[in-house]
Design a protein around this ligand. Structure first.
Ligand SMILES: *Cc1c(COP(=O)(O)O)cnc(C)c1O
Length: 397
């Protein structure tokens, strides 16, 4: 497991304190929600200096905002990065980052199991801009390395992935990417900075859908990118002009949610392992996918690069979608929703959530069983979650 000694304090302390001091006013203990769109200056020279970036300060809400900055600084500290910039959504973070660095004629290498929206960018929008996209089988390190060796501008990874929670070796892939001069970008949404810091494993940029675990309460959308000042400034410039800025109210909710990030993730992954083990004992279950299980295909890689295995798991029912249609409505402590990373346990079939765009044949070709259900484990008492599953399974037979 990688250490995080380079960070000034432990993760549990950092989530609570980092990023806030500079933005606090009136002796308030909490960061204010600054809703002002613009900032007023009496001194024309000072205004100019802030506008050209010679002096720190704020000019206009599409560019920067104090509440938003506190959020960015907190994530930056957690990822051990030099700089961070934020976005209205996770998809804005991903699209803005890709469009900042890719130009017609460039090539990008990634994996097949990226988040659905990311996959759409790869299959629909980048090819239309004459950017060559190569998507490798997720978790097949030799295949990914072979494609990287042919040369690419960007290597884009996501680990763990939807919906079968596959793991990619970041250090190994980043090394291969660096060897051909590629920019290495990692979507760290599922792992969270509590479990994994891609920059310390050799990535150039790490990004998150803050909507998920960072916020943790399914009540605010947001995205964030962290990395070196030089790279983040380029992404920031693209975003300030193209306009997908994070709203200060959302920034505040994310900031507040993040204070319990470590507590939540610790509880969620402890429960996820217990639920994964429980599901393995059920006759109606064909397969369980959780990187914390020793029989998981990439368990060793997960153990090497993650401090914990996360709160996401999935399982396939032998009875396919018919069985899913019976089981899921019976659950009491469950949202049946497209979201993940919240304090409430949330269930979603791959067919309806992560892979709604695919046909049954396409899902089969991708190794996604028909009756696959993803669980985002919440912070409830695990006995209640398992009892709930038990009563639902009893009604299956
Ligand atoms: C949800 C998600 C995204 C997109 O984030 P939004 O905030 O919904 O735009 C990107 N990557 C992963 C892994 C996600 O789970």
């Amino acid at each position: 497991m990688s250490d995080h000694k380079s960070l000034a304090a432990g993760m549990g302390t950092t989530v609570v304190w980092a990023g806030e001091e500079e933005q606090r006013v009136h002796r308030a203990t909490q960061v204010p929600v600054v809703v002002s769109v613009a900032y007023t200056y009496d001194d024309m020279d000072e205004w100019y200096d802030v506008a050209i970036g010679k002096k720190t300060g704020h000019i206009y809400g599409r560019n920067t905002n104090p509440t938003v900055q506190a959020f960015e600084d907190k994530v930056r500290a957690l990822e051990g990065a030099e700089a961070a910039t934020s976005f209205a959504t996770g998809m804005a973070a991903i699209s803005n980052t890709l469009y900042t660095f890719l130009r017609p004629g460039d090539r990008i290498v990634s994996i097949k199991d990226t988040y659905g929206g990311t996959n759409k960018i790869f299959l629909e929008f980048l090819p239309a801009m004459n950017i060559e996209v190569t998507l490798c089988p997720t978790g097949d390190h030799e295949a990914i390395e072979a494609e990287i060796k042919k040369g690419c501008k960007v290597l884009y990874l996501e680990t763990p992935t939807n919906p079968t929670i596959k793991i990619t070796d970041i250090e190994r892939m980043a090394g291969a990417g660096k060897a051909v001069g590629a920019l290495v970008v990692v979507d760290n949404t599922f792992a969270t900075p509590i479990n994994q810091n891609p920059l310390q494993l050799g990535a150039d940029l790490v990004l998150h859908s803050a909507t998920k675990f960072l916020g943790g309460h399914a009540d605010a959308l947001g995205g964030v990118v962290c990395g070196s000042r030089e790279l983040v400034e380029q992404v920031y410039h693209y975003r300030e002009i193209n306009g997908a800025s994070l709203d200060p109210w959302a920034a505040y909710l994310l900031l507040r949610g993040m204070k319990t990030l470590k507590l939540r993730v610790e509880r969620q992954q402890q429960s996820a392992l217990e639920i994964a083990k429980y599901l393995q004992t059920k006759d109606a279950v064909e397969a369980v996918y959780y990187p914390g299980l020793e029989n998981h295909v990439n368990h060793d890689v997960a153990k090497k690069q993650m401090r914990g295995f996360g709160g996401m798991l999935s399982f396939a029912l032998k009875g396919g979608m018919d069985a899913v249609g019976i089981l899921l409505p019976k659950l009491k402590y469950a949202h049946r929703a497209a979201n993940l990373g919240a304090v409430e346990t949330t269930y979603g079939p791959a067919r309806t959530t992560s892979h709604v765009e695919c046909t049954a044949e396409e899902r089969k070709a991708m190794g996604i069983p028909d009756g696959l259900v993803r669980i985002s484990v919440g912070i409830e008492d695990v006995e209640d979650l398992i009892n709930d599953l038990e009563q639902a399974f009893a009604q299956l037979s």
